[in-house]
Design a protein around this ligand. Sequence first.
Ligand code: TYD
Length: 132
Amino acid sequence: MQIVKYQFQQHGDDRGRLVALEEYGDIPFEIKRVYYMYETKEGVRRGFHAHRTLEQILICIHGSCEILMDNGKEKKIVFLEKPYEGLYVGTLMWHEMYNFSSDAVLMVLASETYNEEDYMRNYDEFLKMIKK
Ligand code: TYD
């Protein structure tokens, strides 16, 4: 399984650093939605789903967290801790987010607006879909 982790350009000077993300440039899709998780409680694991059509990029803009990526055949763990790194989560990728540091802010850029019908929340159903 290939993990795609983008390294975004950092515009740094003596004032600090800045990252700018543009759709179809730094981000390979039109950004229709942005959401973020913060104040995640210790020990919490979330996600537990895959998407039929949604593409996303996960950026831990503060603190750190881990992402389990599972394409139904292989599993990989990705550590996110840099505000200039983005993990690409494409379609049919089961993912779980965990080990959030208490100060973690995990921001997600998404290619579609929220649609519950795009979610596969049952792991067995996901595996069946992969085999098709
Ligand atoms: P949830 O799907 O449980 O998050 P995850 O599975 O990624 O851990 O989402 C939590 C709540 O937020 C749920 O009530 C749905 C709502 N929500 C939106 O309204 N819009 C969104 O874009 C997202 C991701 C969630």
